[in-house]
Write a protein that binds this ligand. Structure first.
Ligand SMILES: Cc1cc2nc3c(=O)[nH]c(=O)nc-3n(C[C@H](O)[C@H](O)[C@H](O)COP(=O)(O)OP(=O)(O)OC[C@H]3O[C@@H](n4cnc5c(N)ncnc54)[C@H](O)[C@@H]3O)c2cc1C
Length: 390
């Protein structure tokens, strides 16, 4: 069975695939999104932290992508709310960063220099300020007389399940075809073009194909002869339910965090585990997370646990996502490998990928994210002609 020919087919409907679909459909492209599960089901697992970003031009490509996305989140929140009526709970709630040990304090000192260089506002709160502004952390301040706490007013959060609902609804309203529970088995090629995506007896045609299958991207890329450093990295999460949010801001303690929701839910995460495609929770890790969470805020006792889960982040060997063309396939593209930042970096990725696929100048240079990094560059990369950086 053949499909109509789309301008773009997205192979994977996570937050990255849906965001690219939204961007491209907004400018009139005829778009198809195919997902082996429910669209958005995988990105659902994230915490929705949007860390404060550079306010001055940054040299680091990741900082550029972060800053581009950070600005777009505010805009997309308003647009999605207007278009779909769904509030994705984007909130500029601020973020508290704690340092309890000497090593953690040293890391925060280094971070301060980074924030200053990148024009990121922060406040160094005294113990008295911390106790006054966040009374629910009183226990922690009593325990650690020399606690360092830095507050970043521009740290934001969004509620990913709501964001994904809004994106999907907006896509459908724009005429995007979303095919769910349909696993792409293979991409068919003729010469230097991808001509179709095959799912059992179904075959989808498109002018362009973009692989947005997150941690599973290698399964579609490898048969095309394209190797990347994308791999699944599991993260586990605990969801608590309180009557009221015990604190308004995101609380960061090393790699762990607590994220409040408007309705009194609090997320506690997470961890980084390289266990392949196993997305089960483990009793050991949940116990560790639980002990850590109650040690930060005693209100988070086990009786408040509502749900636990694990998700697979699309890790990449150098922490850079893969964005760009799948050479030698001129109509093949990839946007995957966003690791711990896929929700945050998704609107920037969407805009850049649209510009790139439409052969426009991109808002920032995306060559640092090209697939060929980590391989011998050779003539392929040097000879390619594409407008970069506006
Ligand atoms: C515990 C946890 C906490 C996190 N917290 C944050 C956070 O606070 N902030 C942040 O920015 N990011 C966070 N992340 C990371 C973020 O969730 C990911 O970076 C993001 O989901 C990646 O989006 P994606 O669309 O690339 O991939 P995914 O969300 O994994 O979507 C890929 C989609 O492709 C589909 N698929 C796979 N193979 C196929 C196939 N063959 N055919 C069709 N479809 C296929 C899958 O079903 C899936 O829906 C967190 C992740 C986890 C696990």
């Amino acid at each position: 069975m053949n499909s109509p020919t789309y301008d773009l087919m997205l192979c994977g409907g996570g937050v990255v695939g849906l965001s690219i679909a939204y961007q491209c459909a907004s400018v009139g492209w005829n778009v198809l999104v195919v997902d082996s599960d429910e669209a958005g089901a995988s990105s659902w697992a994230g915490a929705g932290i949007l860390p404060a970003s550079a306010t001055v031009p940054a040299l680091d490509p990741l900082e550029q992508l972060r800053a581009l996305s950070h600005g777009l989140h505010k805009e997309w929140h308003h647009r999605l709310l207007k278009e779909t009526g769904i509030d994705n709970e984007f909130r500029q709630c601020g973020g508290l960063h704690l340092g309890r040990t000497n090593a953690e304090r040293a890391t925060l000192s280094a971070n301060r220099m980074w924030w200053e260089e990148h024009g990121i506002a922060y406040e160094n709160w005294s113990m008295e300020e911390l106790t006054r502004k966040v009374p629910s952390l009183r226990y922690l301040t009593e325990l650690h007389g020399d606690l360092t706490s830095m507050y970043l007013p521009d740290e934001c959060r969004l509620r990913n399940p709501r964001h994904l609902q809004a994106l999907k609804k907006a896509c459908l309203q724009l005429g995007v075809d979303v095919v769910e529970h349909c696993r792409i088995d293979k991409l068919e090629t003729v010469g230097d073009r991808i001509v179709a995506a095959r799912m059992g007896s179904r075959r989808f045609n498109a002018k362009r194909f973009c692989i947005t299958s997150g941690a599973w991207a290698s399964q579609l890329l490898r048969p095309l002869g394209i190797e990347t450093g994308i791999m699944p990295v599991r993260g586990q999460m605990i969801l608590y339910k309180m009557e009221q949010p015990p604190f308004p801001m995101v609380i960061n303690d090393g790699h762990r965090y607590l994220v409040p929701r408007d309705d009194g839910h609090v997320l506690a995460g997470s961890c980084e585990e390289e266990v392949g495609f196993d997305s089960n929770t483990t009793a050991v890790m949940l116990q560790q997370l639980q002990e850590w969470a109650v040690g930060i805020c005693p209100h988070l006792d086990p009786s408040r646990v509502e749900q636990t889960w694990a998700g697979l982040r699309p890790g990449s060997f150098d922490t850079y996502p893969y964005l760009g063309t799948l050479h030698p396939f001129e109509n093949g593209f990839v946007a995957a490998g966003h690791f711990r930042h896929g929700l945050h970096w998704s609107p920037g990725t969407a805009v850049l990928m649209y510009q790139w696929m439409d052969n426009q100048k991109t808002d920032m240079d995306i060559m640092p994210f090209c697939v060929q990094r980590g391989q011998t560059l050779g003539n392929q990369l040097q000879n390619q002609s594409h407008p970069t950086q506006a």
